[in-house]
Structure formats: structure tokens, C-alpha cells
Design a protein around this ligand. Structure first.
Ligand code: UT7
Length: 318
């Protein structure tokens, strides 16, 4: 038994904030942001939108693409670092909003690697026959955990959601998944706050050592891609589409260069979406599927990296 993605979907909130608008709030410029990160704009959730709302819109689109009714979903794995609330999980809230009651629903917390982690878990569940139609979602509202006075971080992130439906298949589908973590690096990217005794303690806003994160990301993204290729007896020439986490165009370009993958074979959304954390990979995947770039039989390499630190790959044959 194998698993295969049978539908993709995405959702971006209506409000778009350009770099120029951001430069009115904080000491930065369109030129600095574009040249250092490749970002031109980001989408921002409306005040009444919750992560589960973004997830719902993306999930509905993925289900429509798969030709499935919500009632067919028998597992929901939702990757997010910005859940609606402490509990219940955003996956359970999404399940209720979809109007379904089948199977397990749970969140995965692996920050920007969350979607790759979630897909890896769903793959195991589908392959083992424990789930037939798994909904795998990455959904984030980072605009609510940013310090909008910190130019070093607030320019980098955006809000959005992406989703896929994973179903059993006689041919793979998902060829391999490789997941990693190294908690020694837990301090270089964090929201070091918590809720305790009825109050927020610590800092409930994103903190980051940008340069350390940058170097770490370039190193592990290339490593984990090689690990996936070796496990499948393939070389980098076999990669038809590279979909790395959309953090910074310089990290993405450096990764593609290390892997000798031409930039034309990398899917890029960071310019329009900025870094949407766990949503960035499914958003980019959905875009490239819908615009016809990703075609049947092609190899697609998904590469995640994020806080924890966590990183991982999913290699697919489409
Ligand atoms: O999912 C993972 C999430 N995180 C990331 O992917 C972040 C990875 N890191 C990066 O993308 C880069 O390190 C940044 C984009 C955050 C920073 O780029 P950099 O080329 O590493 O710049 P820097 O931190 O070395 O800063 C260079 C200068 C500094 O000024 P001085 O000290 O040279 O005078 C900063 O204060 O740029 C300044 N700076 C800014 N200037 C204008 C930092 N942020 C800004 C800004 N606008 N937004």
C-alpha cells in the first residue's frame, strides 16, 4: 500500500501589505527587504479571521480538487504554530467547521517544518490502512506573534494556509519522508512565552537570531535533500520541482545551487506570500499544481526547516 496526494488547495487572506506600507510603520525600505529576502508583499488575516478559518478555506479547495465530500475525511493533521487557542487543537476546530466527525484530528507543532512533519505522519497512517482520506493542512497567522516594532523580524512573515488530501494508492505517491530535530538550537528562533496562572509569562512575540538561522537552514536543507535522494537511489538530476520552505529567496537560491538544481525548477512564492511558516510549502505546491507546472510522473522534493530546530523532506512522484 502506498499513499498519494489526490487534491491540493490554498487560501490567502484578502489584505495585502506591500513593503512600502511596512516602511511607514518601521525603519526599513522596499529595497532592503527585496534585496535581503526577495519579499515584495505579504497577506494579513482580518481581525475576525482565525487560523481554523484559513485552514477551512484551503481544506475545502483541496477536497473539491480531490472530488471528495468533507464526510469522506477520516483523519485531520494540521500543522500550525499559531493555533486558535491553547486547546482544543485547531485540527478539532477545523473538523467541526467542516461538519465531519470521523477519525483522529490533531495538531503538529514543528514550526516551519510542520507541513513536512504532518505529511510524514499522514503517509504512515494511510500506508498502514489506518486512514483512507487524510486531510493534511498547514495554516498560520504569524502577524499576531510578530513584534511590529522589530524590523529584523516583522518584514519576513505573512499569513495563509495550504492543504492536501492524501489517499491510498497502488503506486507511490510519496516515495520517502525524512524528519529531523535538534533541540540544542531551540533558542535561535522562538516565541518564548506561555500562558500560566491566568497570565502570559515570557515574551509572546517572535525572537530570532537571523544569521544563525540563515546558515543552519542552508546547511540542513541541502543535507536532507541528499538523504532523500540516496534513500531512493536518485541523483539531484531527478528533481523536477524543488519546493523548499519559503523563508528567504537567498536561502532558497543557495539550497538550489548546492543541489545543482536550476532556479527555473524551484517553485517560488516568497515574493508574494513572505514566510508563512507551516503554510508555505502547501501554498507553493498548490500554486504549481494549479498552474500546470507539476505534471504526472514528475519528482517533487519538499524541504522544510524551522524552529526547534526541525527539518525534513518529502519526496513525491506526482
Ligand atoms: O523559517 C525560518 C525563519 N527565519 C528565517 O528564515 C530568517 C533567516 N535569516 C534571514 O533571512 C536574514 O538573516 C535576515 C533577512 C533576517 C537578515 O538579513 P542579513 O543579510 O543577515 O542582515 P543582518 O541581520 O546581518 O543585518 C544587516 C543590517 C543591520 O544593520 P547594521 O548593523 O549593518 O547597521 C541590520 O540592523 O541590516 C539591518 N536591518 C535592516 N535594515 C532595514 C535588519 N533588518 C532590517 C530591515 N530594514 N528590515
Amino acid at each position: 500500500m502506498h499513499s498519494r496526494i489526490v487534491g491540493t488547495g490554498s487560501y490567502l487572506p484578502a489584505q495585502v501589505m506591500s513593503n512600502a506600507e511596512l516602511a511607514q510603520r518601521v525603519d526599513t525600505s522596499d529595497e532592503w527587504i527585496r534585496t535581503r529576502t526577495g519579499i515584495r508583499q505579504r497577506h494579513l488575516a482580518a481581525p475576525d479571521e482565525k487560523t481554523s478559518d484559513l485552514a477551512l478555506a484551503a481544506a475545502r479547495e483541496a477536497l473539491t480538487a480531490a472530488g471528495l465530500a468533507p464526510a469522506a475525511v477520516d483523519m485531520i493533521v494540521l500543522a500550525t504554530t499559531t493555533p486558535d487557542m491553547v486547546f482544543p487543537s485547531t485540527a478539532c476546530i477545523l473538523q467541526d467547521k467542516l461538519g465531519t466527525r470521523n477519525g483522529p484530528a490533531f495538531d503538529v507543532q514543528a514550526v516551519c517544518s510542520g507541513f513536512v512533519y504532518a505529511l510524514g505522519l499522514a503517509d504512515l497512517m494511510v500506508k498502514s490502512g489506518q486512514a483512507r482520506n487524510a486531510l493534511v493542512v498547514g495554516a498560520e497567522i504569524y502577524s499576531r506573534i510578530l513584534d511590529w516594532n522589530d524590523r529584523g523580524t516583522c518584514v519576513l512573515f505573512g499569513d495563509g494556509a495550504g492543504a492536501v488530501v492524501l489517499a491510498p494508492a497502488s503506486e507511490p505517491g510519496i516515495l520517502s519522508t525524512h524528519l529531523h530535530a535538534d533541540g540544542h538550537y531551540r533558542d535561535i528562533l522562538a516565541v518564548p512565552g506561555t500562558v500560566a496562572h491566568g497570565e502570559v509569562s515570557g515574551t509572546p512575540l517572535l525572537t530570532m537570531e537571523g544569521n544563525t538561522v540563515f546558515k543552519f537552514a542552508v546547511k540542513v536543507l541541502a543535507e536532507v535533500a541528499h538523504e532523500a535522494l540516496a534513500a531512493n537511489g536518485l541523483t539531484t538530476a531527478a528533481i523536477d520541482w524543488l519546493i523548499p520552505h519559503q523563508a528567504n529567496i537567498r536561502i532558497m537560491d543557495a539550497t538550489a545551487k548546492k543541489l545543482h538544481v536550476p532556479l527555473e525548477r524551484m517553485v517560488t512564492t516568497v515574493d508574494r506570500h513572505a514566510n508563512t511558516s507551516a503554510a508555505s510549502i502547501p501554498l507553493a505546491l498548490d500554486l504549481a499544481v494549479r498552474d500546470g507546472r507539476i505534471r504526472s510522473g514528475q519528482h517533487v522534493m519538499l524541504l522544510g526547516v524551522g524552529g526547534g530546530f526541525t527539518w525534513g523532506s518529502v519526496l513525491l512522484r506526482w
